[in-house]
Write a protein that binds this ligand. Structure first.
Ligand SMILES: C[S@@+](CC[C@H](N)C(=O)[O-])C[C@H]1O[C@@H](n2cnc3c(N)ncnc32)[C@H](O)[C@@H]1O
Length: 280
């Protein structure tokens, strides 16, 4: 691992922690909200541990925050298609009845998550977070890598109180947009400026674009509850002067276009091709 990648991983996990903890703390300290179950889903979960850097991965980051603020009433789903990473994650979490590791494709998983939420809460009142940390941008490649933005759009439009936190590769976005312009159509590739409408979230924070060893990344947080901008962590309101500057820097304006929400396929009984690991 290069120095750039190592700095990136440390910065990323710290920032994911900060982004998640704001919403989790609000819920924990709110007399009414804290009575509800907190729902969390990490659709690109990884193994739970970044070995080469020695820092916890996003599932552990979530669980550590929950522990540190005594948020006990939660349910967390962790989706990972790589079998060995999923097995490491099961070991890394240890026994916990509130956690589910699903070794499989994240396609249609938000529909299953919705069904589960509906057993306990009315969707529009359910609180929690969706974390999306693929290797690239928010899109699903032909090989199934990544996550489908239309699926996210569908889920967030019915779960108004569930926040979205994303860590996305700006270099991938620019490359895919360029291919689109050259006639290689990349379906459903939302630009940052498409996201507020597509994901039905009113308040957005985003980070400056961080460059690490040839790659560049941005973090985005969408909520329907206003919060401070958290400049100490380098997060700015999207509609501030700095936020607009960042959006403009990411997007090649003449290539911009809105990806309209579309239909998604029927709900499978379980994740495509996935093996569900024993639940704790
Ligand atoms: C950048 S890594 C995630 C790192 C993790 N969030 C962390 O902070 O430690 C992306 C992960 O997403 C997984 N992944 C990619 N496409 C997926 C899909 N369609 N379904 C499930 N997992 C997927 C990859 O196997 C990889 O482990």
């Amino acid at each position: 691992m290069t120095q750039g990648q190592s700095a990136y991983t440390k910065d990323k996990e710290r920032a994911i922690g900060s982004a998640l903890s704001i919403g989790m703390r609000i819920v924990r300290s709110h007399p009414k909200l804290s009575q509800y179950r907190y729902w969390h889903i990490d659709v690109c979960a990884g193994s739970g541990w970044n070995e080469q850097v020695g820092v916890p991965g996003s599932p552990r980051v979530f669980l550590d925050i929950a522990k540190s603020i005594d948020l006990e009433n939660f349910e967390a789903w962790f989706i990972e298609r790589d079998r060995s990473a999923a097995e490491s994650l099961v070991r890394s979490i240890g026994p916990d009845k509130r956690c589910f590791v699903i070794n499989g494709d994240n396609r249609d998983v938000l529909k299953m998550f919705s069904k589960r939420i509906a057993q306990f809460d009315r969707p529009k009142y359910a609180i929690g977070s969706v974390l999306i940390d693929p290797n690239g941008w928010l899109y699903r490649g032909r090989d199934g890598n990544g996550f489908d933005p239309l699926e996210l759009s569908d889920f967030l439009s019915t779960h108004r109180r569930i926040d979205v936190v994303m860590n996305l590769n700006v270099r991938t976005f620019r490359m895919l947009r360029k291919n689109e312009a050259l006639g290689h159509r990349v379906m459903d590739l939302p630009a940052v400026s498409d996201m507020p409408a597509l994901f039905n979230k009113e308040h957005w924070l985003l980070s400056d674009v961080g460059s690490y060893g040839g790659n560049s990344w941005v973090r985005l947080i969408g909520r329907n509850m206003a919060t401070g901008d958290n400049r100490a962590m380098g997060h700015y309101h999207m509609n501030s002067e700095k936020g607009t500057e960042i959006v403009n820097a990411i997007e090649v304006r003449e290539l911009r276009g809105v990806s309209a929400p579309g239909s998604v396929s029927a709900v499978p009984e379980r994740c495509d091709g996935g093996v569900q690991l024993p639940m704790f």
